[in-house]
Design a protein around this ligand. Structure first.
Ligand code: IVH
Length: 672
């Protein structure tokens, strides 16, 4: 074939597949097929340099460095937005908008994610990318076209003809998965880590060598336009929502969370739903942007000196903060694992006050080189335990020293050991009081045996008095009632409540009991998996490696941990004693139907007719399994109001979605 024609064909094919992948989220070919097309074009262009073109998709790998960045004056200033914190400020925004429009009617809004990255303006002339510029101070930014070409989701040619000039605006972000992957590689090379995806994206855009930008695998999401001067007119569409769907057709990724909403109540519900889905999004967001949907209404409202009157940024609490690290101490966990923990000057992160944060392990600590007295970045995302990301080296006080790894257990003085190929060190003394205390705290936890009235302080006191010595001793408290009632500051009533609560926990489901035992690697879900698949405690206790590894979600290390745990004589004694003292975990029943046999079902959003637990138990009774995340293996998703990312994932994977009503229709009458 004529190389000129083949090159053009390859470019169109690659552009088409880029669009399928980055915009529609629904690739038609495998990564390796894509790579083959791409490589063919690279080879063709290098064999025939006259074929190379500035808008070829091969530009995405980057080019040799430029001498410096030049400044770029924006045709239309890139303004920022007013912020709203909390529901009241959101309602106040709606009031202002209605007053401005002199209407008592509900106003239609378009609500979008507020991407936490770096803003970028892209100018296309007759459908071809002419320039890309950072926001800078809003009036003047920096020209970064060479870098923009390497960003996923920035087409070098639009997918549809568009005569004239148009400026597309959006945000460049680094996906959380990419951030984790790059930081892992950096840490293996002993390099300084990126503090957060936003810095990594913003820094990536300002590289002189665009191959460095390409290596950061950045993504672009659009949220609007700047200057529009098309032969078709000065507007892309009459509403923000229609404009964004036009941009999608032109080849720009836009997120499907964005929605048209009417009136303040829907705004409030939307921001809450997104805040809940925040941790499970593939990239960081710092809020929601609410825009008046009609462009006529936007024009009527106009601007203040700060920004548009027709839009507001509803901000979520920041997930990172700076604070002083006062002290690093060693904490002994229930499996004996010794973890360095940071004692912090209290600081608000992600909406809660944090005064302690994990430093994971001593290897991590020395790699991050965090020291007592440092100013540190603290992070708390979603329900995740707060962690210290790293130090701000410029602020390190003189004389700050690294904290050495302990050679003996800080609690009992026993030797510490490190298993082969493990980063964690452990206290080797099975009767280490700190380990026992941690085991007890875990056992009584809400998601485990859920023993009310047995808080940390009480456990510590009972341990000190020798009243509690191990897990079974909890169930011997009943016979020591008189002694307990005699203790200072413990009334008869609270002791009786505690004893009743201990009695009441004896028949927890097997999955929770397994979780409560504190077997390494067996969490809430792991306990459920073991209980569902093996059904009885006896079967779990005697399961060999091959039986365990055959269980879905159980990997090689969990399988050996479980087997080793039950082989340990001390652990066997504990389980035997618990049973002898009347603990009787409720074992799984055999399914009563094969309605959902071999199927995995995911529930998401709010269910009206039953609780999530009841729904999952019901699926098990019908021979099926329920899972927490959607994959190609999911048979179907049951989505209720407020469903977010799981619903979206199902839609993008083509997994069928049912409403709660539709789900109930599948179920034979009387079986619920
Ligand atoms: S609209 C005049 N929409 O947030 C309206 N901005 O404080 C200008 N951002 O610098 C912005 N996601 O980079 C808009 N969906 C979104 C956004 C968004 C992130 C950034 C943007 C801007 C800043 C505004």
């Amino acid at each position: 074939m004529d190389p000129v024609l083949r090159a053009e064909e390859l470019r169109s094919l690659i552009e088409h597949h880029n669009y399928r992948y980055h915009v529609l989220d629904s690739p038609e070919i495998s990564d390796s097929e894509y790579d083959r097309l791409f490589r063919e074009l690279v080879e063709l262009e290098s064999a025939h340099p006259e074929l190379a073109r500035p808008d070829s998709p091969t530009q995405s790998v980057g080019a040799p460095p430029v001498a410096g960045l030049t400044s770029f004056r924006h045709a239309v200033p890139m303004l920022s937005l007013d912020n709203a914190f909390g529901h009241d400020e959101l309602r106040a925004f709606d009031d202002r908008v209605r007053k401005g429009l002199e209407t008592a009617e509900q106003v239609e809004y378009f609500a979008e994610l507020k991407f936490d990255g770096a803003s970028l303006s892209l100018t296309y002339v007759d459908g071809v990318l002419e320039s890309a510029a950072t926001r800078g101070d809003g009036t003047t930014g920096e020209e970064v076209t060479h870098n923009a070409k390497t960003v996923r989701g920035i087409p070098l040619r639009l997918m549809q003809p568009l005569p004239g000039r148009i400026e597309i605006r959006g945000e460049v972000v680094m996906l959380k998965s990419v951030f984790a992957e790059i930081n892992l590689a950096k840490s293996e090379r002993g390099e300084q880590l990126f503090a957060n995806p936003r810095n990594a994206a913003a820094g990536g855009l300002r590289q002189l060598d665009s191959r460095q930008t390409a290596a950061r695998k950045l993504n672009f999401f659009t949220y609007g336009v700047g200057l529009v001067d098309l032969s078709s007119g000065r507007r892309l569409a009459d509403t923000q929502s229609a404009g964004l769907s036009r941009l999608r057709d032109l080849g720009f990724p836009a997120r499907s969370e964005a929605t048209v909403l009417s009136g303040p109540d829907q705004l409030v519900a939307f921001v809450d739903r997104i805040q809940e889905a925040r941790a499970s999004l593939p990239f960081g967001i710092d809020g929601v942007v609410i825009k008046v949907n009609s462009l006529d209404q936007q024009e009527a409202l106009g601007f203040t000196a700060r920004g548009p009157r027709w839009a507001i940024a509803y901000k979520f609490p920041a997930e990172q903060a700076f604070t002083t690290l006062n002290r690093i101490f060693a904490q002994v966990g229930r499996t004996g694992k010794i973890t360095p923990v940071a004692d912090l000057e209290p600081v608000s992160v992600g909406g809660v006050t944090v005064s302690r944060a994990t430093l994971h392990n001593y290897e991590d600590l020395s790699r991050k080189d965090v020291r007592e007295g440092d100013t540190v970045i603290v992070q708390r995302a979603g329900d995740v335990i707060p962690e210290v990301v790293g130090p701000v080296l410029e602020k390190r006080p003189e004389g700050a020293l690294p904290t050495p790894e302990p050679t003996v257990c800080p609690e009992c003085g026993a030797e510490v050991a490190r298993k082969q190929a493990e980063v964690d060190i452990r206290c080797t003394n099975l009767s280490c009081p700190a380990q026992i205390a941690a085991k007890l705290r875990h056992f009584v936890g809400r998601k485990m045996m859920d023993i009310d009235g047995m808080g940390e302080k009480l456990i510590d006191r009972f341990l000190e008095l020798g009243i509690l010595t191990d897990l079974p001793s909890i169930f011997r408290l009943q016979s020591r009632r008189e002694e307990l009632v005699g203790l200072e500051r413990l009334g008869e009533l609270s002791i009786d409540n505690l004893l009743a609560s201990i009695e009441g926990c004896k028949e927890r489901p097997l999955g929770r009991f397994l979780f409560a035992l504190g077997i390494p690697s067996v969490g809430e879900k792991g306990g459920q998996d073991l209980a569902r698949e093996l059904r009885t405690l006896d079967a779990v206790r005697s399961a060999d490696y091959d039986t365990l590894i055959a269980i879905p979600n159980v990997g090689p290390s969990t399988a050996s941990e479980v087997q080793e745990w039950f082989e340990d004589p001390e652990n066997r004694r504990i389980v035997d004693e618990l049973l002898a003292l009347g603990v009787a975990p409720v074992e799984g029943e055999a399914p009563i139907s094969d309605l959902f046999a071999g199927q995995t079902i995911v529930f998401t959003g709010k269910l009206e007719r039953f609780t999530r637990e009841a729904a999952e138990a019901f699926v098990a009774k019908m021979g099926g399994k329920s899972a927490g995340s959607v994959s190609k293996q999911t048979a179907f998703v049951v989505a209720g109001p407020g469903a977010g990312s799981k619903l979206q994932k199902a839609e993008s994977l083509g997994v069928p979605v049912k409403s709660e009503e539709e789900f109930l229709e599948m179920v034979p009458e009387g079986s619920l």
